[in-house]
Design a protein around this ligand. Sequence first.
Ligand code: SF4
Length: 331
Amino acid sequence: MVTNLQEKARYKGSYKFSQLKGDYSPEWCPGCGDFGINGALQQAIAELGLPPWEVAFFTGVGCSGKASQAVNTYGIHTLHGRVLPYALGAKLTNPNLVVVAAGGDGDGYGIGAGHFLHAGRRNVDMTYIVFNNEVYGLTKGQAAPTLALGAQPKSLPLPNISQAINPLAVAVSCGYTFIARSYAFDGKHLKETLMKAIEHRGMALVDVFQPCPTYNDLHTKDYYSGVVSFEGVEYPRTYYLEDTGYNGVVENPTDPAEVSQKRQQALQKAYEVEERVPLGVYFQVGLPTYDELLKQNLPPLREHSPVEIPYHDDQMKPTTDLTSALASFVV
Ligand code: SF4
């Protein structure tokens, strides 16, 4: 049984990219950022050398929900807003799985907002990718929770009259231990960010700007790949945090002052309202995971994870006697 990502490196190169891709192509619109995210995830899984049978990929409902059908791992296309409980349950049942969850910004920050908050504070060891296009693409482009106040993409008859939420700031405040942002068509950066998130031990959020060319004509591929003029000089719209000397990684997780300082730094960066878009790791800290805390605090319950509990003995007899439980159903 393989439990260490480093150990899994021995699988590196054993699987070809095409083997991970499978023969299913999701029905996304031409030019959709979903293609970029799916491709980067497949490359990240391949480069980490993860055997497909040790990865479970869950998706919510929305255009992004189709992603789990196109990656050759275990996984489920789940219910609207409920991808995190599915993924969390799988990880706690079988801690040896590498678990990745994904969904749109409407799915995760709207109907699934409660799960988004509590997944962070539980620090279960898994990765959550949010396809952030600011609209509900599958249902014709209504305003999603990340659409700015006053914005009017072509799918809206009037400008948006609700404030946008700031998912990175929310993630900082509710305990995510890895928080990053990337862009769907920056394949190299996205792949590397996803690899870092999967390797991180704890709850990781990767919020990915994902152009929806069908319903969002504001934040398009041209917008993200464009330039910004400042005092007569042109700069690329997106830039990498690490290029500016920013370091979001907590070196000493037992130092509350450093953890607090790095959280404040991430919050400040999340609220940076500029024409330029920072990409990279905003915050990372190594803290005990939910499973580790369960083992420490409730050892009788977690001596074995559920998947390790034998359900029959050598004679193939059930190890659990349900006779008395079933007796209560006798009429
Ligand atoms: Fe992609 Fe938007 Fe089309 Fe959905 S509606 S597949 S998000 S381009």
